[in-house]
Design a protein around this ligand. Structure first.
Ligand code: BJW
Length: 239
């Protein structure tokens, strides 16, 4: 892998347009459980069974308990070497975009600014009835109510079957189709539309790189597959 790593490092060093996509694996070294990993179960529930509108409709108290647990867990986590390396890459590359599927806020905490949180944020809430939405870092009650209309609040994240955060897809597609290098880091590439971004980048001529300790269903499409932990690989790539 060392030879591949050196090649990617040289390519990144000379590149003017880079897009990076991250998933839960980038925060694993910070202690945030991944969605589909061995450590992913919460009270015998699979997270992807709770992160859905039908689960919230049927069991809002259970889903809020899950999100309040995650908010508390993530509040105790710090960015790791991978988050800091990507913030540094942003400073080195003239045209850079970081697209994250993560809702933990750790990229922003590490200093990333050219950042799109495509699945929303654990630190946002919005009303299920009216337009009220706000950032909320303080602990929430088991079933938080909207201060405007009194209806139930929900987490400000994107669940299955819901559209992405407004504006994200347009900017993302625009930047991906112009990218010279596309990095896919710490994602299982199972969830759309993010799972289609590497192919889109490749179709438009980007060099594509996957960083993950394990292969994914689309590993074969990448020009380079660097098998390792995001923090370790990115620390070697970006200095
Ligand atoms: C490490 C590591 C280390 C470990 N270093 N790596 C086309 C085809 C088929 C289906 C669809 C389609 N288009 C849309 C769909 C439906 C659906 C979908 O994709 N379904 C699939 C399951 C098939 N998609 C949607 O519904 C999306 N919406 C949409 O497309 O809307 C269209 C629309 C338009 C207009 C009107 C209405 C609709 C929305 C998807 C939302 C996903 N939401 C979640 C929850 C977010 C909130 C929350 O966090 O609670 O997002 S689900 C969950 O999965 C979460 C994640 O962001 C996402 C991706 O998971 P991720 O990040 O890849 O994590 P893992 O755990 O799967 O993988 C971790 C990886 O890290 C592993 O590979 C490890 O090996 C690795 N790793 N340690 C590096 N140290």
């Amino acid at each position: 892998m060392q030879a591949e790593l050196e090649m990617v490092k040289a390519l990144l060093g000379g590149s003017k347009r880079v897009v990076a996509l991250t998933g839960a694996g980038v925060s694993a070294e910070s202690g945030v459980p991944t969605f589909r990993g061995r450590d992913g179960l919460w009270r015998n529930h699979r997270p992807e069974d709770l992160a859905r509108p039908d689960a919230f409709k049927a069991h809002p108290e259970l889903v809020w308990e899950f999100y309040n647990w995650r908010r508390e867990l993530v509040a105790g986590c710090k960015p790791n070497a991978a988050h800091y390396a990507l913030a540094e890459l942003e400073r080195q590359v003239p045209n850079f975009l970081l697209i994250t599927q993560n809702v933990d806020g750790l990229h922003a905490e590490a200093g990333s600014v050219k950042l799109m949180e495509m699945h929303g944020s654990l630190w946002r809430v919005r009303c299920t009835k009216c337009t009220h939405a706000r950032e909320e870092r303080d602990p929430l009650p088991p079933l938080p109510e909207c201060p405007v209309c009194g209806h139930l609040l929900r987490p400000g994240v994107v669940w299955f079957g819901e559209p992405l955060v407004p504006g994200v897809l347009k900017v993302t597609i625009d930047q991906i189709t112009k990218a010279e290098i596309f990095l896919s880091i710490g994602t299982s590439s199972l969830v759309q539309p993010a799972a289609s971004f590497p192919q889109l980048a490749k179709d438009h001529g980007a060099v594509t790189v996957e960083i993950n300790p394990d292969p994914t269903p689309i590993s074969g499409l990448f020009d380079f597959a660097l098998h390792g932990k995001a923090g370790e690989v990115l620390s070697e790539l970006i200095t």
